[in-house]
Design a protein around this ligand. Sequence first.
Ligand SMILES: *Cc1c(COP(=O)(O)O)cnc(C)c1O
Length: 496
Amino acid sequence: MEVYYQSTRQNTQKIDAKAAVLQGISSDGGLFVWPNLGQEKLDLNAVCQSDYKGIARMVFNQLLAGFSQQELDECIDNAYTHTFEVKDQDTITPLKTVDDIEVLELFHGPTSAFKDVALTILPWFLSKALAQTNKKALILTATSGDTGKAAMSGFQDVDHTGICVFYPDGKVSAVQHKQMASQEGENVRVFGVEGNFDDAQSMVKKLFLDPELKERLAQEQIVLSSANSINIGRLIPQIVYYFDAYRQLVNKGTTKVGDPVSFSVPTGNFGDVLAGYYASLMGLPVETFYVASNANNVLTDFLATGTYDRNRPFIQTISPSMDILISSNLERLLYYASGKDNAKVAGWMNNLADTGAYTLDEKTKAVIQSTFKGGYYDDQALKETIKAAYDKTGYVLDPHTAAAYALAKEAKANSKVPVIALSTASPYKFTQDVLDALGVEEEDPWKAMQILSTMQADPIPAPLAALKDAPIRHDACIQPDEMKEAVAAKALEIFR
Ligand SMILES: *Cc1c(COP(=O)(O)O)cnc(C)c1O
């Protein structure tokens, strides 16, 4: 079957997977989708007899046609060989039974964040796509803490690529700061920026649109690119672990091949849970996707009412990666659920841009409600969940995972189907809040890690343990209006 990508908002242009990875977002503001997704199913028996890399091969073969088999194999091997700290080499995302819930640990990558699963492989996709051109890509990323580190770690020393990360100086946690400031790699640059995250983020957005900067870089065959979660090169790798979780459940004897399962997913930008929906379109038997949120409950309301309304206060929580009021990847679900109605999707997105809200038609709403259910938990409820799970099982949840776990627990009380809760961060990345939930106070982040390690009888992840004594390699702090010159100068330096 021919595989091509189109915008969610119009169907006149077709591009291949490599171009979609390079371009990131469609020029009309829409996201790239493959209209025929789901017409061919993966063979579940073959999935259950494979391993993580084998399943990745099956998924990528279908969705990333345009990359050769050899290119895909190289990407998979480069990304997933010895980069994740796991005991069994047949998976990078182990499934653990915690009470009556199956917890899928997505956080064993180099930066202890689930974003590692996609950000370890996206750079290789990009590198393969660039190899056919004579171009080089400079990735610009503004980060409030986590994404920047995962992106730098993924792009470190990958051919034809370089990366500049900007974080708000003094506004990331001690651990996050050390993670970024100690980053190695010849093609990596990191800057603290005066101001808050929005200041850095809006300047990065401006730089992408700056014609003068674009022209200067073009003379050196350098293009600017981004690594954010609407790129198909980040979305598609996340499909793999849904199938792999199912394989592990079948191999444990908990589920028979073909029987349904449900997933509970801590959700922000909707990329993670959308990848699960893609897996279900590709043949994974899923009863329900539970969309777990924190106090920013815009998705819970949307799934209950069919109206998306971002006009509400932004709440800072102990699960910061889910502090989001616009879930970009939801647009792709709207596309498939509306029967690929480009005009409808464009209309809703225009309303969202103009008024901050839109309302689905009854039919699309019914399609979505048949598979998705939402739930949300404020900080207090998240802390209670962490405490209750620890008291009962000795297992420590991070605050993001706690939302998924709490919703999974509610679902499991009324369902015989196994519920898999996705765990998106190591508790060691949020040690102080986790310890606080467990009734322990410790100001020093390194001591806090040690205490947590003793409490849950589990070693500190090696990359986090090594951080305390890691040398600082980046200490620049600049003003937002200095970012453009920094990018231009560093681009020349990196690609010299
Ligand atoms: C990014 C992130 C999420 C949200 O994932 P989306 O794909 O944006 O929905 C949840 N938890 C953690 C720890 C994250 O880093």
